[in-house]
Design a protein around this ligand. Structure first.
Ligand SMILES: Cc1cc2nc3c(=O)[nH]c(=O)nc-3n(C[C@H](O)[C@H](O)[C@H](O)COP(=O)(O)OP(=O)(O)OC[C@H]3O[C@@H](n4cnc5c(N)ncnc54)[C@H](O)[C@@H]3O)c2cc1C
Length: 390
């Protein structure tokens, strides 16, 4: 960011890789995330979303539908729909909207193959593995669950490997049709098997209904004790191994698994909330600040909200109101309680589907996180309140 008050903000994104290894899996953005995508002018329709309409619970062994929860019209209730994307599609559109010329401010500069190895939070200096370095007024560290910047600003995470891990896989619509499983696409639903205990299958369509994506959760001990042995955390596995992991599962779902592509293992870690997110000119954002379990489908949504907060606080007039340090303090006060609340709800939902937003209501259990709290959140109002309190 430039230091002159009237200069437009200039943003450079440094990425350690070159995006060649993007994962094939779905990413759902409930209204609290999708509203920022729309606000930023991301071409959401070019990311080929499926608009999710319902949650369906299947019996684990027979596959019979046990319950259906209509999600209602998210657009009329919360102003933006509940989108389900293929991760690569939404990533491409985010990249395009940030780096193309048109827009309110100058385009973002992207520098790939720049792995940050040293960060001086007070001076705002970043040094990269390739020998280059840069200085900035503000450093937003969105370097994921294994964030190096987090350690460099003095945070030692208290974390443990989860007792759950997951396989993810995808399958094309043509294949599903040939297997007589096309209802898995046309339901426009997130469909579940299990979810009370560690085992759970979560399936949803994306890419305009051309792809179906599955997350298959199971006990970590099963993988460690399996034939994979020492190679337990090699990233790929076979359809046969996938099916063997869920031996008593619905035969239709097993048919999908036997024909699935790109089956990868996903290790899960449970991190306690960190003591702070900001130091000097640095703030943490996304999984670097609040890694969570995937069971609320809110990890990216929280990253989108964090980015929305940075945008609201450091708008083009921010220097008239406060400096970078005060802005970052405001960011932490705005974001940390909210993201921590969702992070904790994600831990509860890992082994209890009733805790997932969208299933049942707050009257089930006092303190249960509701869809209204998550999707109806009004960040602008929250921010104004904090500014008045300050
Ligand atoms: C099984 C599973 C399913 C999920 N499903 C959903 C879902 O449906 N909806 C949802 O909202 N969320 C979902 N999530 C969560 C979501 O994927 C994450 O919360 C999200 O990707 C976090 O984004 P991020 O940008 O903070 O981190 P990341 O996506 O991890 O990105 C970090 C980036 O920083 C780069 N990087 C790291 N270190 C450095 C360095 N030193 N220098 C330069 N660059 C660096 C990395 O290469 C990477 O590109 C799911 C997660 C899991 C595990």
């Amino acid at each position: 960011m430039p230091s002159r008050m009237d200069s437009p903000l200039q943003v450079t994104v440094y990425e350690r890789y070159d995006f060649a290894g993007e994962v094939g899996a779905s990413l759902s953005a409930a209204s609290n995330g999708s509203r920022f995508l729309e606000q930023w002018g991301v071409d959401v329709s070019a990311a080929k979303p499926v608009i999710l309409k319902q949650l369906i619970m299947h019996d684990w062994s027979s596959g019979d539908v046990q319950k259906t929860y209509p999600l209602g019209d998210y657009k009329s209730k919360f102003n933006t729909p509940y989108y389900n994307f293929h991760r690569i599609d939404i990533h491409n559109q985010l990249l395009k909207s940030a780096t193309e010329e048109e827009g309110e401010g100058p385009a973002v500069t992207l520098k790939v193959n720049h792995k940050a190895v040293e960060v001086n939070a007070e001076e705002g200096v970043i040094r990269f593995e390739n020998g280059s370095q840069t200085t900035a007024d503000l450093i937003v560290a969105a370097d994921g669950i294994r964030s190096l910047t987090r350690e460099l600003i003095g945070i030692t995470p208290n974390f443990a490997m989860s007792s759950s891990c997951a396989y993810r896989c995808i399958i094309g619509a043509d294949k599903l049709r040939s297997l007589d499983l096309e209802d898995y696409i046309s339901n426009e639903a997130i469909e579940y098997w299990g979810g009370f205990g560690i085992d759970k299958i979560v399936m949803s369509p994306c890419s305009n209904g051309e792809v179906v994506s599955c997350y298959c959760f199971f006990p970590t001990s099963k993988r460690l004790g399996s034939d994979a042995g020492e190679n337990a955390w090699a990233s790929s596995t076979t359809p046969e191994q996938l099916v063997e992991t869920f031996i008593d599962l619905d035969p239709r779902m097993k048919k999908l698994m036997l024909n699935a592509e790109d089956i990868k293992v996903w290790r899960l870690y449970r991190h306690d909330p960190y003591p702070y997110w900001v130091k000097g000119k640095v703030c943490l954002l996304g999984d670097a600040a609040h890694p969570m379990m995937p069971d609320q489908s809110q990890g990216s949504c929280m990253a989108f909200e964090d980015a929305g907060a940075v945008g609201l606080i450091f708008n083009k007039n921010f220097r008239n109101d406060y400096g970078v340090g005060e802005g970052l303090e405001l960011y932490e006060r705005l974001r940390k309680p909210r993201a921590t609340q969702i992070q904790e709800a994600s831990f509860r939902a890992r082994e209890d589907l009733n805790e997932r937003i969208g299933w049942s209501s707050s009257s089930d259990r006092p303190g249960k996180l509701t869809i209204e709290e998550v999707c109806g959140y009004k960040m602008e109002e929250h921010l104004e309140k904090l500014k008045i309190e300050a």
